[in-house]
Write a protein that binds this ligand. Structure first.
Ligand code: OAD
Length: 241
């Protein structure tokens, strides 16, 4: 922890990559692990373009359920600690795989969303995105107002889809310029997000993993802080006044 705090205090550009474990203590289940979402549900039946094409109502309903769950969640001390890091570090970028929006709720501004945003809907015809915080949405996917023949879909990235290119480019640029890469609450198994970690290592950033469990990339990182985001991150951020 002492070494980690020193790297954080001295870093010119702090980059944080988060995954579902960052939101776990806010009551949003992770995807893998004993109580993970993908233990109860099959990703290919709910989180692919093919699933939405064949059973749009089911997919829409599942995202409605997740929106209801997320709407009840509050950011925790770890999110506040990241906001404090952003306020104090010379440069700070938060790259997240999460779609819940808890980062914005604590005022984090330099945010890259790799996997989209559950609070957006997208027209399946023209791709127009709209924010919508209603919970729940209608029980069936509505038709787009601009293209009445087209359905709206959730604004998240599904398996088999490319990541939004601007988000990806921003993420790569940030990691290439990072001198500290903090990897929080991700199993580091979903590509291409996980490749940002190896990119950071290759570019010589100090790398720190915050996770109660080890991951396939744990041994490649400089430091591993085994524990929960809500306790480790405030302890790290306390290096700043
Ligand atoms: P996972 O569910 O795969 O991994 C969550 C990680 O968080 C695990 O390594 C846990 O050990 C760790 N964890 C759990 N509680 C924690 C806590 N309190 N503090 C810190 N870490 C904790 O989630 P992701 O790696 O985010 O993709 O999964 C990546 C992608 O797979 C998701 O974005 C989603 C999913 O399918 C899409 O939906 C496209």
């Amino acid at each position: 922890m002492i070494q980690a705090r020193k790297w954080l205090r001295d870093a010119e550009h702090v980059v944080v990559l988060t995954g579902a474990g960052m939101s776990a203590e806010s009551g949003i289940p992770t995807f893998r692990g004993p109580d993970g979402i993908w233990k109860q549900f099959r990703a290919e039946e709910l989180a692919t373009p093919q699933a939405f094409a064949s059973r749009p109502n089911l997919v829409w309903e599942w995202y409605n359920w997740r929106r209801e769950l997320i709407a009840k969640a509050e950011p925790h001390a770890g999110h506040q600690a990241l906001a404090h890091m952003e306020a104090c570090a010379p440069n700070f970028t938060l790259i997240t795989q999460n779609v819940d929006g808890l980062e914005e709720r604590v005022g984090i501004r330099n945010l890259v969303r790799l996997h989209g945003d559950i609070w957006e809907t997208v027209c399946t015809r023209c791709g127009e995105r709209r924010r919508n915080h209603d919970v729940p949405l209608s029980s069936m996917p509505p038709h787009c107002f601009c293209h009445p023949e087209a359905l709206l879909r959730p604004g998240v990235v599904w398996y088999g889809e490319a990541l939004p290119s601007s988000a990806w480019d921003r993420a790569v640029h940030a990691v290439e310029h990072a001198d500290l890469l903090l990897v929080v609450g991700t199993s580091a198994v979903v590509y291409p997000a996980s490749s940002l970690i190896t990119l950071g290592i290759r570019h010589g950033a100090h790398t720190i993993e915050v996770n109660p469990q080890s991951t396939p990339l744990s041994n490649d990182m400089d430091l591993r802080l085994a524990g929960a985001a809500s306790s480790i991150l405030p302890s790290l951020a306390s290096v700043f006044p």
